[in-house]
Write a protein that binds this ligand. Structure first.
Ligand SMILES: O=P(O)(O)O[C@H]1O[C@H](CO)[C@@H](O)[C@H]1O
Ligand SMILES: O=c1cc[nH]c(=O)[nH]1
Length: 348
């Protein structure tokens, strides 16, 4: 679609807010002036940039409009070039983001989408809960969130955004294993301004102190995967949870009457691991449980400067051989979800 450009001076910059409030003074104003200058240099003649603060509506020709099919709310700090909107709603036409040169054109292809996520900018909340199974993501969205909408479905890796109480929360499947989790976590952190990921998964108990249905909070995650060594040029990397998220999760679990086990898990590359004495070795090193994603998630969080924690329910005990019934799995899953959502709402 050919979008005609509204001709305005490229050196002009407007701070737009509902009701058009004045711009901040002092240092903030000087910073803004400098940024204006830098932006102005990048704006083609005849176009205009508008700085949009978080929570503001963007619009042209009228004061503001709600997010709908043909317009979007760009994320915090986005610098946009507004263009006339041939065939769009009156006054609506966010077409380009200077900061990243991504397009914001809902009517055409979505150039902001990543290879694996088809969501628009701003579609994900600050916090994303990630179960391995995308259908579990749908169950969580349907049962625990309000005002839910699907935001991505590429490869059927479903993602949703809604509200838990007053807190915007997203939920999206990670797939199984570190490679899959790493792709989605990286794209969420780097392309969708996601700050916190809470993995909500199942694990197999290893430690004798762990029972089926227990909640485990993975303070650290050992692994046989090479991804974190790759990041550190061959050196060992202690894959750890974000402390604030860990604390919020443990607090939420205790408030729910659970006794969370906090410690080291093992993120295995192989679900069917042929190594002799594999589980015994893990047990001898105090590993609480085995799963397949946490070490990858923590590595991506470290690499991107973001935050992550993994909260897991013990679906079976691989050493003792105990397993849960479908009902028990359902109950412990519900308890874990409550814990993860409360942690998302109260994270500091
Ligand atoms: O229940 P989820 O989150 O998928 O987690 C566990 O279950 C899968 C294996 O069955 C792996 O992804 C493992 O980490
Ligand atoms: O035994 C188990 C159970 C859940 N997830 C795993 O990776 N292993």
């Amino acid at each position: 679609m050919d979008l005609g450009v509204i001709a305005v001076d490229g050196a002009q910059r407007h701070t737009q807010q509902r009701g058009c409030e004045a711009h901040a003074r002092g240092q903030a104003a000087r910073d803004a002036e400098l940024r204006d200058q830098q932006i102005a240099e990048r704006i083609p003649a005849g176009e205009r940039a508008i700085h949009i603060e978080q929570g503001q509506w963007a619009g042209i020709g009228h004061e503001g409009f709600p997010v709908n099919e043909s317009c979007i709310l760009p994320p915090l700090g986005t610098e946009c070039i507004f263009t006339a909107a041939d065939g769009w709603s009156v006054g609506c036409g966010v077409s380009r983001v200077l900061a990243s040169d991504h397009a914001f054109n809902r009517k055409g292809a979505n150039p902001m989408a990543t290879p694996h996520i088809s969501a628009e900018p701003g579609d994900f909340a600050d916090t994303v809960l990630m179960p391995g199974d995308p259908l579990r993501a749908k169950v969580i969205a349907d049962n625990y969130l309000e005002d839910v909408r699907e935001v991505t479905n590429t490869r059927n890796m479903l993602g949703y955004t809604g509200r838990y109480g007053d807190t915007p929360v997203s939920v999206m499947g990670s797939g199984m294993g570190i490679p899959s989790m790493s792709i989605y976590a990286f794209e969420l952190y780097t392309q969708y301004e996601v700050e916190k990921i809470i993995r909500v998964g199942t694990c197999g108990g290893i430690s004798p102190a762990v029972k089926v249905r227990d909640i485990i909070v993975a303070m650290g995650a050992s692994t046989d995967s090479s991804v974190n060594r790759t990041r550190l040029d061959g050196d060992d990397f202690a894959a750890i949870a974000d402390y604030g998220l860990l604390e919020s999760t443990v607090t939420a679990a205790r408030a729910a009457g659970a006794t969370p086990r906090v410690g080291n898990v093992f993120s295995s590359e192989l679900f069917y691991n042929p190594r002799a004495n594999f589980f015994d070795t893990l047990k001898a090193h105090g590993i609480l449980a085995v799963e397949m994603e946490a070490a990858g998630l923590y590595g991506v969080a470290a690499e991107t400067g973001k935050r992550a924690v993994s909260v897991l329910t013990v679906s079976d005990h691989v050493v003792i051989g105990a397993s849960t019934s479908a009902d028990e799995r359902q109950n412990s899953f519900q308890e874990m979800m409550q814990v993860a959502l409360e942690a998302a709402a109260n994270a500091h």
